[in-house]
Design a protein around this ligand. Structure first.
Ligand SMILES: Nc1ncnc2c1ncn2[C@@H]1O[C@H](COP(=O)(O)OP(=O)(O)O)[C@@H](O)[C@H]1O
Ligand SMILES: [Mg+2]
Length: 224
C-alpha cells in the first residue's frame, strides 16, 4: 500500500488578471496517509491557493498534484468533480452552512448530491454528528449554535461522503480559544478515525497537534 496520499511536484500557480501574481512557486511536498499536517505562513503568501490545488478545486499553472498514483492535473473536469465529491472534504473559514436547514439536513445535503439513498443519508449523518459531539443538536438551525459548533457541523458535512482527505482553511480563524480547543479535540478524533487532515492555520494551538508543518512564505515552501 502506498503510504503517501498526496504528492506535489513543482507546483506553481500564477494569477494573471491584469496584474501578474506568482502565488505559488515550485512546491514539492508529500502528505502521508492518515497524517495531520498544517500549512502556515503570513496572509497572502499562498496557503489557500495551495490547499485548493491539492484538493483539485483549482488548476495549477504548471507542476503536478498526485492523489496516490493519479495525476489530478491531467484528469478532466467532470471526473475531477466526482473525485472531489467522493475522496476530498473541504471545510472553509466561514462555515458556509445553509441557514434554513437543520444541522442534520446540512449534513444530508452533501450525500443527496452524491446520490446516497435517503434512509442511509439519515443514519450516516447521525453517526457523523455523534463523532463531532453534536448528536443533541441534529434538529436545530445553525443560527442557534456557537461558532465552534457551526464549524463542527461544517466538518461533519465535509465527512458526509466518507472522504479519505479533509482539507480545512483556517477552520478556527473565527473562534475564541475555548471553542478552538474543543474543535481541535474533535478534529483530533476524526484524524484518529483514519482521515488524512491538512489544515491551513495561524494558530499555534492547532500547529501543536500536527505531525508536520509546511511553512509557506512568498509562495515558496520554506521547510518540511
Ligand atoms: N483568484 C485570484 N485571482 C488573483 N489573485 C489571487 C487569487 N487568489 C489569490 N490571489 C493572490 O495570490 C496570493 C496568495 O493568495 P492566497 O493563497 O489566498 O494566500 P493566503 O491564503 O496565504 O492568505 C495573494 O497575493 C492573492 O492576492
Ligand atoms: Mg487564505
Amino acid at each position: 500500500m502506498n503510504d503517501l496520499i498526496i504528492r506535489t511536484e513543482k507546483l506553481t500557480k500564477i494569477y494573471e488578471d491584469g496584474y501578474r501574481t506568482v502565488a505559488l512557486q515550485d512546491i514539492d511536498l508529500t502528505i502521508a496517509r492518515g497524517s495531520l499536517s498544517c500549512i502556515m505562513g503570513p496572509s497572502g503568501h499562498g496557503k489557500s491557493t495551495l490547499l485548493h490545488l491539492i484538493g483539485g478545486l483549482d488548476r495549477p499553472t504548471s507542476g503536478r498534484v498526485y492523489l496516490e498514483d493519479m495525476d489530478l492535473t491531467s484528469v478532466g473536469s467532470s471526473k475531477l468533480a466526482v473525485l472531489r465529491c467522493r475522496r476530498i472534504g473541504f471545510v472553509f473559514q466561514f462555515f458556509n452552512l445553509l441557514p434554513v436547514l437543520t444541522v442534520l439536513e446540512n449534513v444530508e445535503v452533501s450525500m443527496m448530491l452524491a446520490g446516497v439513498p435517503q434512509k442511509e443519508q439519515r443514519e450516516r449523518a447521525i453517526e457523523i454528528l455523534r463523532l463531532v459531539g453534536l448528536e443533541e443538536k441534529c434538529h436545530v438551525k445553525p443560527n442557534q449554535l456557537s461558532g465552534g459548533q457551526r464549524q463542527r457541523v461544517a466538518i461533519a458535512r465535509a465527512m458526509a461522503n466518507n472522504p479519505d482527505i479533509l482539507l480545512m482553511d483556517e477552520p478556527t480563524g473565527n473562534l475564541d480559544s475555548k471553542s478552538e480547543q474543543e474543535l481541535l479535540t474533535h478534529i483530533h478524533k476524526v484524524n484518529q478515525n483514519g482521515k488524512t487532515i491538512v489544515i491551513v492555520t495561524h494558530s499555534q494551538m492547532v500547529a501543536a497537534v500536527a505531525q508536520r508543518i509546511f511553512l509557506i512564505r512568498d509562495g515558496r515552501l520554506e521547510n518540511s
